[in-house]
Design a protein around this ligand. Structure first.
Ligand code: HEC
Length: 347
């Protein structure tokens, strides 16, 4: 093979020095024998993996996610770049767009990768250790793609955050809430009124959904503002969805989860949160009902049953301390905690 392990290790070390994130995907960490006691080497699992790890410092900044996530994992690298004939022609480095991009003379809109900084310069300053000649050698010797390339691999399962619209719609459904819980739709004149009836209920609503389009419907501008904080999208204002889950979406979701769980608990005859208990049941008076309800709520909110350990944690760390104040607070807090669970936020 033209990719000796020693040079791979050196490349991997350089990667680690700059960005620990380079050692990811299918590779594993090993303790290194370098001068820095803490640094690990990133063991490449194959020649292709070695090239992935070697190029990563120059590329992963822009290609770990987004629409060209070549460096998200070895599988992404192989299926998206290595075995895509548009970029790499097996046995023909001169004809491969990847090489042209590294050399900065690719036809099309993107002549050079990384944009703005010649790859050779990165080699010269030690940011990457694999030279273009070595990448060419690798392409010349490139093996045929592994057979099951097209088979979906459960290991490569990728998640994304729920979009704001999915959060609003699914949360209303899960908590047994309807529009009426926030705005007074039963009043025949409701569309012409400012919806102050149920004001202060932390209404979160897209600015471009009904009710909402006219300034009158959106009498509380906080409703669409919260929605935008949650990740939004507002086509009327030409604002795109934010695909990240950052501090503002986190903050909006914390407040929304608490307020909406509160409404769900307080709503008459709503079994969404209080299915097997009432607020009169406590962990001392009716421990079985409390456990059963916790288990049910977990399943309802997260779509899978809790393990005993998770249930215990939820009970001891969230439910019990709040129950010491009131059972209402305990159920609101537990419900809200589940909404902030990674399993709830992601899809
Ligand atoms: C500073 C950001 C950035 C860095 C670093 C970067 N790229 Fe890109 N790359 C882009 C952008 C932007 C595009 C084009 C937009 C898109 O399709 O996502 C792109 C597109 C590509 C494409 C597809 C071109 C096409 O015709 O569809 C390849 C292949 C690619 N990059 C490879 C690399 C490699 C290999 C590296 C590292 C040597 C690298 N990129 C580093 C930003 C970057």
């Amino acid at each position: 093979m033209r990719t000796p392990t020693s040079f791979v290790c050196a490349a991997a070390l350089a990667v680690l020095a700059i960005n620990l994130g380079a050692c990811f995907g299918d590779s594993s960490y090993r303790q290194g024998s370098s001068d820095e006691p803490d640094s690990g080497t990133c063991a490449a699992s194959s020649d292709n993996d070695a090239v992935r790890l070697a190029l990563a410092p120059a590329c992963e900044g822009c290609h770990v996610n987004g629409n060209k996530p070549f460096f998200a994992s070895l599988a992404a690298f192989e299926s998206g770049l290595v075995y895509d004939e548009r970029f790499v022609k097996r046995g023909d480095p001169e004809g491969s767009l990847l090489i042209k991009m590294l050399k900065g003379n690719a036809p099309g809109s993107y002549a050079q990768m990384p944009p703005g900084q010649p790859y050779e310069q990165l080699v010269a300053n030690g940011r990457v250790t694999m030279t273009i000649a070595q990448v060419e050698d690798w392409i010349r010797d490139l093996k045929a793609p592994p057979e099951p390339m097209d088979t979906p691999s459960p290991k490569e399962f990728q998640v994304r955050r729920l979009a704001a619209d999915e959060m609003v719609v699914s949360l209303m459904d899960q908590l047994g809430l309807t529009l009426e819980d926030f705005v007074s739709t039963s009043n025949p004149d409701w569309r012409n009124r400012a919806y102050v009836v149920n004001w202060n209920k932390f209404f979160v609503w897209p600015g471009d959904w009904a009710p909402g389009i006219s300034g009158e419907y959106v009498s509380d501008s906080r409703a669409p503002e919260r929605y935008e904080a949650l990740g939004g999208g507002n086509s009327l204002e030409y604002r795109k969805k934010n695909p990240m889950f950052g501090p503002s979406s986190g903050q909006a979701l914390v407040q929304m989860s608490q307020a909406w769980c509160g409404r769900a608990v307080d709503k008459q005859n709503n079994k969404a949160v209080l299915r097997y208990v009432t607020l009169a049941d406590t962990s001392t008076k009716n421990p079985d009902a409390v456990q059963k309800n916790l288990r049910n709520l977990y399943l309802r909110m997260l779509g899978q049953p809790p393990t005993d350990a998770e249930l215990k944690e939820l009970y001891e760390q969230v439910y019990l301390p709040l129950e010491a104040q009131t059972t209402r607070l305990a159920w609101v807090g537990t419900c809200a905690a589940l909404i902030r669970h990674p399993l709830w936020i992601t899809y």
